[in-house]
Write a protein that binds this ligand. Sequence first.
Ligand code: UDP
Ligand code: MG
Length: 195
Amino acid sequence: MSSQIEKSLVLIKPDGVQRALVGEVIKRFEQRGLKIIALKMVKPSIDHINDHYPKDEKWIERLGEKGFTTFKEQGIDPKQAMGTADKKEAGKMVRKWLIDYMTAAPIVAFVVEGIHAIEMVRKIVGPTLPSKAPIGTIRGDFSVDSPAVANIQKRSVKNMIHASETPEEAASEIKHWFSEEEIHDWARPDHEVMF
Ligand code: UDP
Ligand code: MG
């Protein structure tokens, strides 16, 4: 297989499933020429989600930082809003809320395969914060949430989708969610006219 053909993991988070947007989400990947090669509905355990998200300091600080950037733009004092102005402390809190969010109800997990799939999927999904996500992306079209509201309410930002960010993340996440037997090798005949 060409090295340009990549696989990426996508999760439709509880808000996407509960809002009955599963079909709408899957359509957006299929219409772009990406192929679904594995798919299931799961009610994940706390441990499964805890092991899905990175645990390293850098990633946790980045979680805290995403909220702080929004606070700054909105003129919100992080210490007053969250009880801390420390990125790492805030990141740890957000990570816990994220686990609560992801384990609250069933999610839909699938693997997408295609040309530059990791970047393509992220482009279709849009940036992390729905308040910043451009119209035309899934997060931009179907969500409006912001850390300026979520962090103060002590909950995760509801942004409907998870998508792998890097080839390393994709490889480990696909292994975490799917066995080899659950991943299917099949051909889309329309690909012959697409590329
Ligand atoms: N998140 C949050 N508040 C923040 C930043 C992130 O609740 O200020 C949640 C959000 O659900 C996001 C997840 O944490 O999807 C993982 O964050 P990451 O930075 O990896 O963003 P993603 O890769 O999902 O765009
Ligand atoms: Mg991420």
